[in-house]
Design a protein around this ligand. Structure first.
Ligand SMILES: *Cc1c(COP(=O)(O)O)cnc(C)c1O
Length: 379
């Protein structure tokens, strides 16, 4: 029935799910940790124990797999547990190529993990496919990791170009697509093997669930290894969270398109503002990622942008003290707009400029958002 539905329809309908027993239009929440089994010939497809499987997260996984055009999807207890499962699935001695600037907590974990577990890591400028190509060690590189648009400068990596590099090297290409969401980009269609989401952000969209997700292009041995890691570690999503996540995903296209529209409008307005020295947003023609973004993003460029203040760090921090509508908080992708001075969070080792403010644009009225920033700017 849902074969020809567009993504907006698939999401709104949660793939058209109707509960077989009750006719409920919302899937039930299963709290059970264990399931009655057949004494002699247990059905391998039926659930056994809730650390490995819970029918409550099956609808969210099925919906994400469809939205990403993947063969399968898995939800995790957090974005970090989804991302780390991909790295843990690699055999010892593997070499990884990843961006030097990306989601801070994952980069820190990756550097640390590789050191402790005998994996080799090259951090490169992932906006340049040539830099990735040069870093690849044939026969040894097993994973290329991208994040696009990438935290917190919203740099764009060319997924299709990197997919060719990965394939030639016999490596997997994994893409953190948290910010693009399947509304704007489908990395698997561009040749990526794995797409990763912090579902705490846009997929859920209401700042009330910590969750992660992966989807794959093919259910191969690598995917089986990832699945096994989740089952063994128990980095699964709780049933209540899985149910909330599915509810959030039903409005994903609606929210994300509005957020991207607001972000683009703000980017245009802020670009000319005397208090702002630079707007970092892949939807601006002046942005170095614009051409690639146009190639691999549709219906908008995402709801994340950063601005740099002409008057430096102190002026930037002062803006976060003065906004009333924009909430001073970390995280992103919720319906409410957030503002953050990243450098204060990441500390002196951070590659982030100290005059930078990261904006997560919500679904509010765009002019309210602009007016609140303008009254908070110095001048
Ligand atoms: C938040 C985030 C993560 C980590 O996800 P959690 O759900 O917080 O564990 C990874 N990548 C990106 C781009 C993120 O924004």
């Amino acid at each position: 029935m849902s074969e020809n539905w567009k993504n907006d329809t698939l999401a709104a309908q949660a793939l058209g799910h109707v509960d077989r027993e009750t006719g409920a239009v919302v899937p039930p929440v299963h709290l059970a940790t264990t399931y009655v089994r057949d004494a002699r010939s247990p059905d391998p497809a039926s659930p056994l124990y809730a650390r490995t499987d819970n029918p409550t997260f099956a609808p969210a996984e099925a919906l994400l797999a469809r939205l990403e055009n993947g063969a399968d999807a898995l939800v995790f207890s957090s974005g970090m547990s989804a991302a780390t499962a991909v790295v843990m699935a690699l055999a010892p001695g593997a070499h990884i190529v990843a961006p030097g600037v990306m989601y801070w907590a994952f980069r820190n974990w990756l550097v640390d993990w590789c050191k402790k577990h005998g994996l080799e890591l090259s951090l490169v400028d992932a906006t340049d496919p040539n830099a990735i190509d040069v870093a690849v060690i044939p026969g040894k590189t097993k994973l290329i990791w991208l994040e696009t648009p990438g935290n917190p400068l919203w740099t764009v990596s060319d997924i299709a170009a990197c997919a060719v590099i990965a394939r030639n090297a016999g490596a997997k290409l994994a893409v953190d697509s948290t910010v693009a969401t399947p509304v704007h980009t489908r990395p698997l269609d561009l040749g990526a093997d794995i797409v990763m989401h912090s579902a705490s952000k846009y997929l859920n969209g209401h700042s009330d669930v910590i969750a992660g997700a992966l989807a794959c292009r093919e259910q191969d041995d690598f995917w089986a290894a990832i699945k096994q890691i989740r089952a063994q570690l128990g980095t699964i999503l709780g049933p209540q969270e899985a149910s909330l996540l599915l509810r959030g995903m039903r409005t994903l296209p609606l929210r994300v398109k509005r957020q991207s529209e607001n972000a683009l409008n703000l980017a245009y307005r802020l670009e000319d503002h005397p208090a702002v020295s630079e707007v970092l947003y892949p939807g601006l023609e002046s942005d170095p990622g614009y051409i690639t973004a146009c190639k691999q993003m549709k219906d908008g460029f995402g709801g994340m942008l950063s601005i740099r203040l002409k008057d430096g760090m102190e002026a930037a921090i002062r803006v976060t003290e003065r906004t009333k509508l924009w909430k001073r908080a970390t995280s992103l992708g919720g319906v409410e707009s957030l503002i953050e001075h990243r450098y204060s969070i990441e500390g002196p080792d951070s590659p982030v400029p100290d005059d930078l403010l990261r904006l997560s644009v919500g679904i509010e009225d765009c002019w309210d958002l602009l007016a609140d920033l303008e009254q908070a700017f110095p001048g």
